[in-house]
Design a protein around this ligand. Structure first.
Ligand code: IMP
Ligand code: MG
Length: 190
């Protein structure tokens, strides 16, 4: 039986809507182990700098790096593209830049989810100005209709076009601590 959760009064217009489990904690962990193995294999002769995109990626990042068998350095960047709780605004703002020197280094960008592609395109363009040795992208989730003109090198799961929460992903800044990933049923029939 898949788990469900009903949103309480802390969720304003979403109160009363149901969250349905999409990916269990075990399913996520098994996939992360495979992703960590691929990355460890691909970078066996390197010490990459892994840049987590805040806030959503922090739990995925922590689990991924602890399953890796190579050394990696860690940094963070913070961007924002959401106008309200579940809709993108169309413009990306840089809220916190990286603080390490990525010149001549192998860089891996760690995202939680790719939806419209706006954020990952913004990050790609920003890094094009730096003299890195290489840049690759890892995302735990990508939505099935997402169109990009470049490849995401490491993808955890391709998911339906629904708003998802948990495992770092938020709804109005809450629900990041859920261990599984849930989708929000916004179809009107709860
Ligand atoms: P994009 O720019 O539309 O690709 O979305 C990028 C960012 O929006 C992601 O890194 C997430 O932080 C957030 N986001 C997109 N879709 C979802 C979702 O379904 N749940 C929670 N956050 C999301
Ligand atoms: Mg994100």
């Amino acid at each position: 039986m898949k788990k469900t959760l009903v949103l309480d009064n802390n969720f304003g217009k979403f109160s009363g809507l149901t969250l349905h489990e999409l990916l269990s904690y075990e399913t996520i962990q098994n996939r992360i182990r495979e992703m960590a193995e691929s990355i460890s294999r691909d970078y066996k002769d390197s010490v990459p700098i892994m840049i987590g995109v805040l806030n959503g990626s922090f739990i995925f990042f922590a689990d991924l790096i602890r399953e890796m068998s190579i050394y990696a350095e860690v940094d963070f960047i913070k961007i924002s593209s959401y106008a309200n709780e579940t809709m993108t605004s169309g413009t990306v703002r840089l809220l916190k830049d990286i603080s390490c020197d990525i010149t001549g280094r192998d860089v891996i960008i760690i995202e939680d989810i790719i939806d419209s592609g706006l954020s990952i395109n913004f990050l790609k363009k920003r890094l094009e100005g730096s003299e890195t040795k290489s840049v690759r992208f890892a995302s735990l989730l990508i939505k099935e209709y997402t169109k990009l003109d470049f490849d995401i090198d490491y993808v955890g799961f391709t998911i339906p076009d629904k708003y998802v929460v948990g495992y770092g992903l938020d709804l109005a800044q809450k629900m990041r601590s859920l261990k599984s990933i849930y989708y929000l049923n916004q179809d009107g029939n709860k």
